[in-house]
Design a binder for this molecule. Structure first.
Ligand code: FPP
Length: 248
């Protein structure tokens, strides 16, 4: 449902999460190999990080590499890991200049040690920045994350540190990799597929979803702002009625 809004005065979503899809198809359309799509996708990451910062978004979470992506051809996995590490290292001075703090969520035990250490260094280098938080979901899947949270909570219960009766949704949220961030308000997916692909399943319970057929390398700042403005025009009801929301 939409509402009548003045998009200038409506607040931007605090947290935007993006499934950056379509790099492979973008490359195929041009007769290039898939990695060329990922290379072009890095330029979009830079563009959209700047756009999010400008729009007043506080957290931007990008699905850069899923747990399932480890099963792609080894050559593509290696090229993608290499590209991500190089791109982040190259962009770190700009991230600092733009006051962007880098963070990561995912199963880092599966990542090559050197790649992880280099990304950790970039996180440390931007640790003092107080503007946009750029969160890379790397080697991430929601089912992995929820399983880990359950394991940790069960272990705490077995030790007697937590009463099973006292477990609340906040206990679960607090044990996820995103514990330090608010839940996403807006989930954007490029590439046109209507699915959530094991991404932040718990956290997107009340997120507004925006899907565009545009492939990630072609996604522009204007298209990002269109998604933000569409978000601003939606009425978020969190399970309540429209009247209840209006009278709040
Ligand atoms: C999905 O497209 C995209 C990925 C698996 C990787 C996304 C990674 C980047 C854009 C690079 C990220 C870089 C940084 C610095 C964070 P796909 O290959 O599944 O496309 P397809 O659906 O068309 O095959």
């Amino acid at each position: 449902m939409t509402k009548t809004t003045n998009q200038q005065t409506e607040p931007a979503p605090a947290h935007v999460a993006i499934i950056m899809d379509g790099n492979g198809r973008w490359a195929k359309q041009r007769g290039l190999n898939r990695s060329a799509g990922h290379v072009e996708g890095v330029n979009t990451v830079r563009r959209i990080t700047e756009a999010a910062s400008k729009a007043g978004v506080k957290y931007l979470t990008l699905y850069a590499f899923s747990t399932e992506n480890w099963n792609r051809p080894a050559e593509e996995v290696d090229a993608l890991m290499h590209l991500i590490v190089l791109a982040i290292e190259r962009e770190t001075p700009d991230l600092i200049r733009n006051n962007v703090r880098l963070t990561m969520i995912g199963d880092f035990e599966r990542m090559p040690r050197e790649a992880y250490d280099r990304l950790k260094q970039c996180m440390a280098d931007t640790g003092h920045c107080t503007g946009l938080v750029l969160c890379l979901a790397l080697s991430y899947s929601s089912r992995w994350e929820i399983t880990e949270a359950c394991r940790r909570i069960a272990e705490a219960a077995a030790r007697g540190d937590i009463d099973p009766e006292a477990i609340t949704p906040e206990t679960i949220s607090g044990n996820l990799t995103t514990a330090a961030m608010p839940d996403p308000d807006l989930l954007i997916r490029t590439g046109g597929d209507m699915r959530v692909s094991n991404f932040l399943l718990w956290q997107i319970a009340y997120a507004e979803i925006y899907v565009t057929p545009v492939f990630w390398p072609d996604f522009t700042e204007e298209m990002f702002m269109k998604a933000i403005n569409e978000y601003k025009s939606r009425e978020r009801r969190f399970g309540l009625t429209s009247e209840q929301i209006t009278n709040q």
